[in-house]
Design a protein around this ligand. Structure first.
Ligand code: NDP
Length: 295
């Protein structure tokens, strides 16, 4: 009978809500866990559950082949890793789950490679409560053979989906996800501010908000059209959208609510109309936004 390999030692560096959930998931599954955090007291609960708190970054790095980084961004990564002798990174598989741009993530992979470590980039698509749940997903990119060799360990956290060799790919997909997430969630905060100005609680508009933010039928409809460059205004016209957004702006202004967000929307819609898209679908804004990218 083949024996099941013992759970691999894992180091988790960065003990914000996400890193704590990750270290906890490894402890739950019987992995020897070493942790390090700039603010050591955040490790207290984990140490109580059996984690070892490393006294130095160097000690944390050398404790395990697999080193999970759960830091705010790559500036934090350099700030932490530069505390250690670079030799401590040699031979490590650094599972870099911190958020940053694809370009900065490629730079991080090269920086680690210069020190003999391999980076697997991960974009975690769940809040800390989803860690340890195989129904949650993390998108990875980096060397396929390294991913395959450590897949069992990665899947303690979430399902693991390898999306390519380029270390920037998972970062790009993560930032695409966050582009959607933060703009949609801020729309919700705006609606709650407007609701509140009229004496409505979040609970009062919960079904309305849930329905409005389920955009799946719109995405299914527009996705093939946008890919085909088809912005026919047979279902919606950008000029109609601009008038509607103006009503949104004025309703918020009348209620004394901050109008930064609706004003920005109206500016984009009006720019599309001025560019001659008034009779096209609002999907033509993809062209308008692409044309101004990087300005
Ligand atoms: P936090 O920003 O709350 O914590 C991150 C960690 O980074 C902390 O341990 C903090 O240390 C450390 N840190 C930040 N700056 C420095 C620095 N200059 N030097 C040393 N350490 C530093 O993040 P989360 O735990 O919420 O998330 C971690 C990563 O996971 C982020 O990149 C986030 O984008 C991503 N993520 C988070 C999700 C979430 O819902 N929370 C969901 C999906 C991804 P200290 O404790 O000392 O402050």
């Amino acid at each position: 009978m083949p024996s099941t390999p013992a759970p691999a030692p894992v180091t988790v560096i960065g003990l914000g809500p996400m890193g704590r959930a990750m270290a906890g998931a490894y402890l739950d599954r019987g992995h020897p866990v070493t942790v390090w955090n700039r603010t050591p007291s955040r490790a207290d609960g984990l140490v109580g559950r059996g984690a070892r708190l490393a006294a130095t970054v160097e000690e944390a790095l050398t404790a395990s082949e697999v080193v999970v980084l759960s830091l705010t961004d790559h500036d934090a990564m350099y700030a932490v890793l530069e505390r250690a002798d670079p030799a401590a990174l040699a031979g490590r598989v650094v599972v870099n789950l911190g958020s940053d741009t694809p370009e900065r993530t490629r730079e991080a992979a090269a920086w680690l490679a210069e020190r003999g470590a391999v980076q697997l980039t991960g974009g975690v698509l769940t809040p800390p409560g989803g860690i340890g749940d195989p129904g949650s997903t993390t998108l990875y990119s980096g060397p396929r053979e390294v991913f395959d060799a450590h897949r069992v360990t990665l899947e303690v956290l979430t399902a693991a989906d390898h999306r390519g060799e380029d270390p920037g790919t998972a970062a790009l997909l993560y930032q695409l996800n966050m582009t959607l997430f933060w703009t949609a969630l801020t729309a919700y905060w705006q609606a709650l501010a407007l609701a509140g100005a009229h004496g409505l609680k979040a609970a009062d508009i919960l079904p309305l908000a849930t329905g409005a933010l389920d955009l799946s039928q719109f995405l299914d409809f527009y996705s093939p059209r946008v890919d085909a460059g088809d912005h026919t205004g047979d279902v919606d016209r950008l000029a109609m959208g601009a008038a509607s957004v103006a009503h949104v702006l004025h309703t918020n202004a009348d209620a004394g609510v901050d109008t930064t967000l609706p004003a920005a929307l109206l500016e984009i819609f009006e720019r599309g109309v001025a560019a001659g898209h008034g009779g096209d679908s609002s999907s033509s804004l993809v062209e308008v936004l692409s044309a101004t990218s990087g300005r």
